[in-house]
Design a protein around this ligand. Sequence first.
Ligand SMILES: Nc1ncnc2c1ncn2[C@@H]1O[C@H](COP(=O)(O)OP(=O)(O)OP(=O)(O)O)[C@@H](O)[C@H]1O
Ligand SMILES: [Mg+2]
Length: 261
Amino acid sequence: MLDQAQTASPPMIAACGLTKRFEDGQLALQDVSFAVRPGQIFALLGGNGAGKTTTINIFLNLLEPTAGEACIGGIASHVDPLGAKRQIAFVSENVMLYDTFTAIGNLEFFTRLGGRNHLTRDDYRAALRRVGLADADHDRRLGGFSKGMRQKCGLAIAILRDAPAILLDEPTSGLDPQAGFEFLTLLGELRDEGKAILMSTHDIFRAHEVADLIGIMDRGRLVMLRTREELRGENLEALYIRFMAGSAAATEEVDRDPAAH
Ligand SMILES: Nc1ncnc2c1ncn2[C@@H]1O[C@H](COP(=O)(O)OP(=O)(O)OP(=O)(O)O)[C@@H](O)[C@H]1O
Ligand SMILES: [Mg+2]
């Protein structure tokens, strides 16, 4: 039943023919399209420089697309940046928080900045408990926090923003296996609550476990896009390597063929 409802619901996060050429001529994205519905996690895999961060930055309107659009809840980010951003919670690899503020202080500051003024200290504590930050750390300054602890604060802020779309750029990079597992379990819970989640990651195994959709990017192209069902029983790592090799061979072919230019 739920699956049917999810399939029928319109996409919350959608890339349509997304293309990005930087000022220096670098073609970072070529005609990338995908859709993430409420209640789905989309994991974007791909090597260094494949275009994952560029894709996410276009959704955040940190970059303008050269062609195509990145839509959040039907709103194109470059057309109505504020309208799109209102519906997004973003967690980056290096969460930017204030070292001189406590964990609670950071949550208070950033949720108010996001317009959520009615939250109480109990709400902040509940969110920090939910992401697994020990009670003893709630009133400590962030200057003494590890990367994983910061990441947890970033996710707590994202949860409190209560946005329908959650975007994460390599959220588990640098986390220990236990913290990585807990982080992705929590993302699974948020997905089950109906959030649409777009996450870039290098963690093929975890992506396979948690994601409903998996995309593989290579040199700006989405060379594979499959659902969890389509990937059942597959060895995703082997598939990843095969797609990368196939994509490299196809690129060489185009490079050799002058008619293709
Ligand atoms: N400001 C910029 N100017 C020119 N080229 C850029 C700029 N930002 C990114 N690029 C290029 O765009 C391509 C995609 O980069 P991007 O950061 O999106 O990759 P990524 O998939 O996130 O890689 P990683 O896994 O290393 O984080 C790369 O070739 C990169 O050099
Ligand atoms: Mg990146």
